[in-house]
Write a protein that binds this ligand. Structure first.
Ligand SMILES: NC(=O)c1ccc[n+]([C@@H]2O[C@H](COP(=O)([O-])OP(=O)(O)OC[C@H]3O[C@@H](n4cnc5c(N)ncnc54)[C@H](OP(=O)(O)O)[C@@H]3O)[C@@H](O)[C@H]2O)c1
Length: 283
């Protein structure tokens, strides 16, 4: 089976399956300024030059850092670039991740993204669920729908959702994509993954490489992943990304990196075709 970097429709926009996640561009812990601003700008420009058409971001990455870098590196945006953002979180002064699910907070999040990215409309905005909120999910969806009707957002995606959220959302609105954690070492999102596959809704796994938050990265550090990578002449990151692409045609990737060499490595994962021996050996 081949795994081409083919085009998939995302909210009516054609995007390549290999995209880019901007969360690693701010400072450590996704907090504060970039460690190397010039390199961050270069990573974004190189991603586009290499054919990336889908970038995932959020105003709360930094906060206010990732979007500023995207604007500085890429504005005016080339035709065909789809910037996907998300709302439903905020940061404390010390970098803690806070819920921001109230309708006024969701609206403020969209307005901040429009302003920092200098867009009239955000093509897709993911409603990021937070378990520590007392705002009913339906109420959150209502304000997303209202902002779509006003033309502020082109389409609504979901993030951090369970099957019940997914069914609630799809019954009320057209869901453009779902962004949940999913990788070789974390299948907690399997049920939602299956729903998306059946509905042909783009599924965008976050933490595709096992995340920067866990120093003992269970994906890149996995002996099985390393063994397969060594046998195939690939890197562990490429094996992890190729495995995700292999799972279903509706999978879109947004690996995050602040490094030019890692970016090149990740982009080349679309050329790695896992054989049956590799698939059997992986966890
Ligand atoms: N919806 C949500 O709630 C949510 C949550 C988390 C993330 N996201 C999105 O999903 C994207 C991906 O997730 P993520 O960035 O958190 O985690 P990830 O892609 O699983 O992993 C990023 C980590 O892997 C490292 N890395 C990247 N490429 C590598 C390579 N080729 N070899 C070795 N290490 C490599 C990065 O370090 P270097 O910078 O040194 O390369 C960073 O430490 C994010 O950028 C963000 O856009 C969304």
């Amino acid at each position: 089976m081949t795994i081409p970097n083919e085009i998939v429709m995302l909210a009516g926009h054609p995007v390549r399956r290999m995209g880019f996640g901007a969360m690693q561009l701010p400072g450590p812990g996704v907090f504060g300024p970039s460690r190397d601003r010039d390199q961050s700008l270069a990573v974004l420009r190189r991603a586009l030059e290499a054919g990336v058409t889908h970038i995932d971001t959020a105003q709360f990455y930094g906060p206010d850092v990732a979007n500023e870098l995207i604007h500085a590196a890429l504005h005016p945006y080339p035709e065909g670039l789809v910037l996907v953002s998300k709302v439903g979180a905020a940061r404390s002064d010390t970098g803690h991740w806070l819920a921001a699910q109230r309708p006024d907070e969701l609206r403020a999040g969209v307005m901040a993204n429009l302003s920092s990215l200098e867009l009239d409309q955000l093509p897709v905005v993911n409603l990021r669920h937070h378990s520590e909120t007392d705002v009913p999910y339906a109420e959150q969806l209502d304000v997303m729908e209202a902002m779509k009707a006003e033309g502020l957002i082109g389409a609504i995606g979901l993030s951090n959702v369970d099957p019940e959220h997914y069914r609630t959302a799809t019954a009320r609105t057209q869901v453009a994509c779902v962004q949940n954690p999913y990788n070789l070492a974390d299948r907690s999102g399997q049920a939602v993954f299956e729903l998306c596959r059946a509905d042909r809704v783009p599924y965008v796994p976050f933490f595709p490489l096992g995340s920067a938050f866990n120093p003992e990265n269970p994906v890149l550090g996995s002996p099985a992943v390393k063994e397969v990578a060594g046998r195939m002449g690939a890197t562990p990151a490429q094996v992890a990304l190729a495995w995700l692409l292999h799972q279903a045609p509706n999978v879109l990737l947004i690996p995050g990196t602040s490094s030019l060499s890692h970016l090149e490595e990740n982009l080349a994962a679309t050329d790695v075709v896992l054989d049956q021996e590799a698939l059997d050996a992986l966890p």
